[in-house]
Design a protein around this ligand. Sequence first.
Ligand code: AMP
Ligand code: ZN
Ligand code: FE
Ligand code: FE
Length: 282
Amino acid sequence: MEYIDLHTHSTCSDGSLTPTELVKEARLAGLAAIALTDHDTMAGIAEALSAGQKTGLEVISGVEASASHQGRPVHILGYGLDQSDRDLTLLLAELQRIRRDRNDRIIEKLAGQGLIINREELAATASGLIGRPHIARILVRQRAVFSIDHAFRKYLGKTGRTYVESARFPAEDVIRTITGAGGLAVLAHPATFAASPEQIATLVRDLKARGLGGIEAYYPGHPTNLCKQLLDLAGKLDLAVTGGSDFHGSVKPGIHIGGAPVMPPVPYRFLENLRERLAGRH
Ligand code: AMP
Ligand code: ZN
Ligand code: FE
Ligand code: FE
């Protein structure tokens, strides 16, 4: 059986491996295909596709866009997108601007705590878009915290001292843009939005009515029964099923590409189904 990982991050957002290194890591792990789904940018796709061709690994273009639904954050994965689409380009540019503003506000709040983040140093930590994990890395370097995880708990996370809520686009706008760019919009890690299976089902039905094309059923930490419930829900609503590890390299030390041992392997047939759905669009 062949396996895939449809949710990974590179240095173009907040992962620690370049797209080329990521493809090599996937080959070493014995995967047949991966999707690169950096946060709010597709800057790594060309490199990942070319590395995939060179090493014989199938690479699918993707993105993980930040959005909100009913005042709460959601992440929408987009697959098979036309990168030259104008609305998609505008959306990604706007999401990147929102991030820069938010980073500025986080840096101001940290200064209020006596922690000075040097902007040149921050820029040098990232080769693409800057997110909270980059700020966390500097806090570790400054010995202000023990680890990236500690930085999130003490300062950057939702209950941290310097948390800043991000401005967000409604999920339905993001879904519409992804679909308009020829892509399939998939709800990432549904359990991070809603706690109970009933709430998740309501969210998924809501978003399906707004053009959602799939749900991420396989995800690290999804209990087996939740994964099964999500598979059933996808079947009932005729949605695609995807799965991925949310691999970030050393930024998330416990997570390996492919997801083992904290996620069951994702069978290749889900990618075939995704491709059929995408082909049906054109
Ligand atoms: P941002 O995109 O700036 O809102 O930062 C969110 C990202 O930070 C997530 O996508 C994760 O990649 C990462 N993240 C969140 N919590 C943690 C944590 N405790 N340890 C490491 N990375 C984290
Ligand atoms: Zn991330
Ligand atoms: Fe996410
Ligand atoms: Fe992710």
